[in-house]
Ligand binder design. Structure first.
Ligand code: UDX
Length: 455
């Protein structure tokens, strides 16, 4: 980061950051905070955040953390209905956020700009009210944003709601997506979902700029399309997490046994299995996955997050005979140091839900994927992995243990997997080049700093 160091401007300039309080959103926002901090261009960084899932300030002594009340009940905080969660969060936090901002702006230190997650739907109006520029952080891929932006058109054309008979049909407006890949979620009222997305797109359009956790060589064509349709300054400076060694932004404690266990395994032999921080599944699905892993005869490191299986505390739902069947070939943990795991020489594949952070982290370590998307942007991310970058295998026809075991072997031991490994190594290299002097992410980071300092 030395290359970005510049003289501190005469007038100290402070940045205010406002993440959405869930793991997949806090990680990239705090990584961004670290990137901007290390440029030396800003006098201080303040992170305003709801009480829920508060980051641990001792992990980030160079930032100021300001909690605001979120008024969430226990049920609201733990709901798996992301639309209901985002709606109530936005409703409850608007007032406290405005009050907090008013206090900060009354202080002597000048604020350069506010950077908020795209899902804070009131933050543009609040920033406008104070005459403060707002830059949006989109934590997902560029392609997923285009998918969200196209939802009204796709509804008009009859692609949505998805009909079983049309799931395999292509969507020519959003190549290479099929109808089944369109970004949808399970919620008690889908109209709320469409309204929420429309507001996110509208508020992003009226912002002063947009930061992507992506890079030019990865998403060239979606970026070109975005720039044609949304003429706002935008900066593809990702992958964020590669500006630093392993991050300390995890909300859950990492299990410390993962790396010592991997140390005992042969190179590229282990399948890492994790479905992120939000996905929930039924007991039957979980048991099919367990048998798929057992029948594949491959070593595996499996993250079974408490809460992953509906109605189950942790491992009591594992099928009878499973532990005997794997003969010590597997290691199960509640939460792993994922970036370190993916970088470990023993890991040869990643069975993932294709959250954007996981997808990027896998690309950056050259680990090909088995795609198991569940909701929202994950299906589209998976389509890019399998059909555009060709660095992973999807399940196109059902999910039963035999198919799972075969898919694991295709990725881990067959030529097909080897070819994917070669392709993903090229992307890994491109990600690295993008952050070096002369690379695209390096260039956009420089432009972002200049842009913020121009306010
Ligand atoms: C959510 C949505 O589900 C996803 O679709 C969207 O793209 C981002 O927000 P999440 O499900 O948590 O995210 O997945 P992901 O984006 O992959 O983020 C998970 C983060 O948790 C990653 O940074 C990963 O490194 C970390 N993680 C995951 C761990 O540190 N340990 C683990 O065991 C699993």
């Amino acid at each position: 980061m030395e290359n970005h160091k510049r003289e501190t401007p005469l007038k100290p300039r402070r940045l205010l950051l406002f993440p959405i309080p869930s793991q997949g959103h806090i990680n990239p926002m705090l990584q961004l905070a670290n990137i901007l901090h290390s440029t030396g261009a800003f006098s201080s960084i303040t992170v305003i955040h709801p009480h829920l899932n508060s980051p641990n300030p001792t992990n980030h002594p160079h930032f100021t953390f300001l909690p605001i009340p979120d008024g969430l009940s226990e049920n609201e905080a733990s709901t798996r209905d992301v639309v209901a969660f985002l709606s109530v969060l936005n409703r409850n936090c608007a007032g406290p956020f405005r009050d907090c901002l008013a206090e900060l702006l009354a202080e002597e230190e000048g604020v350069a700009c506010l950077i908020t997650d795209a899902w804070w739907l009131f933050s543009q109006a609040v920033a406008d009210g104070f005459g403060l520029p707002r830059i949006v952080l989109r934590t997902g891929s560029v392609a997923s944003f285009l998918g969200f932006a196209a939802l009204p058109l796709l509804r008009e054309k009859g692609y949505l709601p998805k009909q079983d008979s049309q799931l395999e049909e292509p969507v020519p407006e959003l190549p290479p997506l099929k109808v089944k890949d369109l970004p949808t979620v399970t919620t008690h009222n889908s109209e709320n979902f469409y309204n929420l997305v429309a507001a996110m797109v509208k508020e992003t359009k009226s912002s002063a700029g947009l930061i992507w956790n992506s890079f030019e060589d990865l998403e060239q064509s979606p970026l070109t399309k975005f720039r044609q349709e949304f003429p706002i300054p935008n900066f593809s400076i990702g992958p964020f997490h590669k500006y630093f060694s392993a991050s300390s932004t995890s909300l859950l404690a990492h299990d410390t046994s993962s790396i010592p266990w991997l140390d005992t395994q042969p190179p590229k032999s282990v399948l890492y299995v994790s479905f992120g921080s939000v996905v929930e599944m039924g007991g039957n699905e979980f048991q099919e996955i367990a048998w798929g892993l057992a029948d594949s005869l491959q070593p595996f490191l499996w993250v079974v997050r408490p809460g992953l299986v509906r109605g189950s505390k942790w491992l009591e739902i594992l099928p009878n005979g499973f532990m005997e069947a794997i003969h010590g070939r597997g290691h199960i943990v509640k939460w792993a140091p994922q970036q370190e795991v993916l970088a470990h020489r023993a890991v040869g594949g990643f069975w993932t839900h294709n959250g954007w952070n996981s997808t990027l982290e896998s690309i950056c370590e050259g680990v090909p994927m088995i795609c198991y998307p569940c909701f929202g942007d994950q299906m589209g991310n998976a389509r890019y992995v399998t059909d555009v970058w060709r660095i992973g295998i999807g399940f196109e026809s059902g999910m039963e243990r035999g198919l799972m075991a075969r898919t694991i072997r295709r990725l881990m031991v067959e030529r097909e997997g080897e070819e994917m490994r070669e392709r993903i190594m090229c992307l890994k290299e491109k990600a690295g080049v993008s952050q070096q002097e002369g690379g695209s992410s390096h260039h956009y980071l420089e432009s972002l700093i200049t842009y913020i300092l121009s306010f």
